[in-house]
Design a protein around this ligand. Structure first.
Ligand SMILES: Nc1ncnc2c1ncn2[C@@H]1O[C@H](COP(=O)(O)OP(=O)(O)O)[C@@H](O)[C@H]1O
Ligand SMILES: [Mg+2]
Length: 379
């Protein structure tokens, strides 16, 4: 039976029961006194008659009023919120989360239940939005990976067919084809490596080994390696470190090296051969250490700059050029810097060059410097 019907029945009972009692009392009295005696008493006392009628009417009116007020109060404080809850449950069943359960906070059990329900709805909404976002990202990921893998595979297939069909008739031609196949295979290999690293970082399954690093020693070593690499590429290199001897950062040495070499790798890739120059500067900025890597490469157009740290983003120019790349490099870099509690951004002048800026918090030895992560490892 519905709550509403139960309320109507209890309303009727509240009113009818006392009336029934009065009737019973009346008949009870009649059973002990003869009707004539009773009539005599009443007829002889018209005031008593009036009084009894008035009392009865007042009694019934008070009863009706009390019953109406009680039923209305019960109805609004129980039935109305329950009806709203029922509607809300229906919405959730249909996968709709964009509503809000407006129930007055009266601190009773029903309003507490409604508050809990509202919290649950918000959590479900957030989870559903996250799932949708992941689903979208997943689809985009599959589309990008298939595109990036398909390009080298198509060309490998073409060159292998060329060798099999005898198009590459001479030894030199065959060697050239095989070299191209090797390059394409390497390209695929590095794409797969980057992808697997990105997915590990994304699922937080790369263990970080945070340790205090001397900014001077660490970047001196880094600069030495970068210098060798850049000179091999025919580029010039300038290194400045303005940090005091004892300045330290709390970082994972291997991952920060990955960050720097990824950025320098881009400088090599996106700078014209023979005239490239890279400058690495490290300085103190209040409680941070700022690392700047500047190149005089082709630069990034203003419209593209906000997106370069996005996964799979490559400028149209890079996509159409012969330089390989997946567009994952800078998203890995950003993830690592942010996992260190740091910040990364870039400025660029199209046709002039690009500068990457990284801020890492100085390590002072206090517990607050733990880079937002467990000091030694993430898991
Ligand atoms: N130093 C740079 N000079 C010019 N363009 C750059 C530089 N660094 C990054 N870019 C642009 O940002 C895009 C994203 O970089 P990245 O994530 O490393 O991907 P990838 O190098 O694989 O293309 C590059 O495709 C390129 O268009
Ligand atoms: Mg790159």
């Amino acid at each position: 039976m519905k709550l509403k019907n139960k309320l109507i029945i209890s309303f009727l009972l509240i009113v009818l029961l006392p009336v029934l009692m009065v009737v019973i009392v009346y008949f009870g009295i009649s059973a002990y006194m003869s009707v004539d005696v009773l009539r005599d008493i009443v007829v002889r006392n018209p005031q008593l008659q009036e009084f009894v009628v008035d009392m009865m009417v007042a009694f019934v009116l008070i009863l009706i009023f009390t019953a109406v007020v009680l039923s209305w109060w019960t109805y609004t404080s129980i039935v109305t919120p329950i009806q709203r809850l029922q509607k809300a449950v229906q919405y959730i069943k249909e996968g709709k989360y964009n509503f809000s359960l407006d129930v007055k906070d009266t601190h009773d059990e029903i309003s507490l239940l409604c508050n809990d329900f509202e919290e649950m709805r918000q959590m479900l909404k957030e989870t559903a939005e996250k799932n949708l976002c992941h689903e979208k990202e997943g689809k985009e990921l599959v589309r990008n990976i298939s595109h990036d893998l398909k390009t080298p595979i198509t060309s490998i297939k073409g060159y292998v067919e060329g060798i099999l069909d005898g198009v590459a008739s001479t030894k030199e031609k065959q060697d050239r084809y095989l070299k191209i196949i090797l390059n394409k295979t390497n390209e695929m290999n590095s794409l797969i490596n980057e992808l697997s690293l990105y997915s590990k970082l994304d699922t937080d399954s790369v263990p970080y080994h945070f340790q205090p690093l001397s900014v001077k020693d660490y970047f001196d070593d880094c600069a030495e390696e970068i210098g060798i690499e850049l000179r091999e590429e025919g580029m010039t290199f300038q290194y400045e470190n303005f940090c005091k001897e004892g300045t330290k950062i709390l970082a994972d040495a291997e991952q920060i090296k990955r960050v720097v070499s990824n950025i320098v790798g881009n400088s090599i890739k996106y700078t014209e051969k023979g005239r490239g120059h890279v400058r690495l500067s490290v300085m103190e900025e209040k409680q941070f250490v700022q690392i700047e890597i500047e190149d005089n490469g082709k630069g990034i157009a203003k419209g593209d700059l906000p997106y370069i740290f996005d996964r799979f983003f490559r400028t149209d120019e890079s996509r159409n050029s012969s330089t390989g790349g997946s567009g994952i490099g800078l998203s890995i870099v950003k993830k690592i810097v942010e996992d260190h509690g740091g910040k990364i951004w870039a400025t660029s002048e199209y046709g002039q060059g690009t500068t990457m800026f990284i801020l890492l918090k100085k390590w002072t030895g206090s517990k607050d410097d733990a880079a937002g992560k467990d000091e030694d490892s993430r898991k």
